[in-house]
Design a protein around this ligand. Structure first.
Ligand code: PMP
Ligand code: GLU
Length: 396
């Protein structure tokens, strides 16, 4: 049987594949130290779960409007007003089945064959494939560890061609944890306005910031910037709600309408019960976010301390999200645990899993050869055991 050209062209999600590989080994009884998936290990806060139960009991178990219920759209608008002083109307909001779905629908609505989408690398695994699904061309622009993995306004300017339509910005960034400084964002915003570029700002990690880093929403740089900004975020990371599958997009009404049309044909609507749970998350007490952020901050400090003690490891400290992204090239070509020798990050991850039972994600999947990603969305106890194994692996 022959499959479509689109499906043949794309790769499976490397993060999901790495997690599946770790899970498979676990099912064989191996004690795997799994730092692959970027998802909070906390349970969804109780008051949010209770709202979901209440929604079911109240009969909210039917199809909803394809772009989400208006009460949730209003709760999203209220949250942006409260958090960033941004006034949006529910007509500028659409709810999708997770932020990944939001991104997919933004891309499908905006670009197609002949269009270029600028993506700073390292980038989250799904960005380039989602652009390719739409038939458009991803244009990767490499950033450096020395720059804190941020795209400079000059780099953006240089990457723009007459076919450029969209910049995909991820702040804070998966996999690097880079939290963009305000001046850099402002510079990028100016270039976008001057060169008539739309900006998809994926801010799913907006609440997970570690001072002195600070978060600034891309739509806050004035009306001209806001007019070309498409914000994507959701409840997955901030409220530990990855399984509920609720993400949203805020942007120009024309784009939102286009996405709504698309969504009406592809998924009908995001899960009704999850939408009510998301209202409780946004309108309810917000201290659960800070409680979890503080815990991630402790884990981040622990991970940085352990990484600093490993000779040859290089990284830019993450200002946000829950990933450590580090260079492992100094271990290439040397005998590691059980005599294993590796020459690239993908082989490094394979050998590390097979010999030391530690699962990381290769930087090759994020457009960053020589690097690996460790998710610290897991307990310090689990991190400690994993780092002990990583040290043994590297010692040979
Ligand atoms: N953007 C980034 C940068 C992510 O890391 C992820 C993965 N969690 C998403 C979007 C998608 O989030 P969701 O689980 O809500 O689909
Ligand atoms: N975004 C998370 C990660 O990067 C979850 C998996 C995925 O959706 O790719 O690990």
């Amino acid at each position: 049987m022959s499959l479509s050209a689109t499906v043949n062209r794309i790769k499976p999600s490397a993060t999901i594949a790495a997690a599946a590989k770790a899970r498979e080994l676990k099912s064989k009884g191996v004690n795997v130290h799994d730092f692959t998936l970027g998802e909070p290990d906390f349970n969804t806060p109780e008051h949010i779960c209770e709202a979901a139960v209440a929604a079911m009991k109240a009969g909210h178990t039917h199809y909803t409007a394809s772009g989400g219920i208006v009460e949730l759209k209003k709760a999203i608008c209220d949250a942006y007003q409260r958090d960033y002083g941004l006034k949006y109307d529910p007509a500028q909001v659409i709810v999708s089945s997770g932020a990944k779905h939001s991104i997919h629908n933004v891309i499908t609505t905006l670009v197609g064959p002949g269009d270029e989408v600028i993506i700073p690398a390292p980038y989250w695994v799904s960005y380039s494939d989602l652009v390719e699904i739409a038939g458009a061309t991803p244009v990767l622009v490499n950033t450096t560890r020395e720059s804190g993995w941020t795209l400079s306004p000059g780099q953006l300017e240089a990457a723009i061609t007459p076919r450029s339509k969209l910049l995909m910005l991820n702040n804070p960034c998966n996999p690097t944890g880079a939290a963009y400084p305000v001046e850099t964002l402002e510079g990028l915003a100016k270039v976008a306005v001057n060169r008539n570029l739309m900006v998809l700002s994926d801010e799913i990690y907006e609440k997970l910031i570690y001072p002195p880093a600070r978060f600034r929403c891309f739509a806050t740089f004035g009306d001209d910037v806001r007019a070309r900004t498409i914000l994507v975020s959701g409840v997955s990371k901030a409220y530990a709600m990855t399984g509920w599958r609720i993400g949203w997009t805020i942007g120009p009404v024309e784009i939102i309408k286009g996405m709504d049309k698309l969504q009406s044909q592809e998924t009908s609507n995001p899960c009704s019960i999850s939408q009510y749970a998301a209202i409780a998350a946004l309108n309810g007490p917000q201290d659960c976010i800070e409680d979890m952020r503080k815990e991630f901050e402790k884990r981040r400090a622990y991970v940085l301390d352990r990484l600093k003690r490993i000779p040859g490891v290089k990284l830019a400290e993450p200002g946000g999200a829950f990933y450590a992204f580090f260079d492992v090239t100094s271990s290439f070509g040397k005998p590691l645990m059980n005599g294993r020798v590796v020459q690239n990050a993908t082989d490094f991850c394979t050998a590390l899993l097979e010999e030391a039972h530690v699962a990381l994600v290769t930087g090759d999947a994020f457009g960053a050869p020589g690097y690996v990603r460790l998710s610290f969305a897991t307990s310090i106890k689990a991190l400690e055991a994993g780092f002990n194994q990583i040290e043994k692996f590297l010692a040979g």
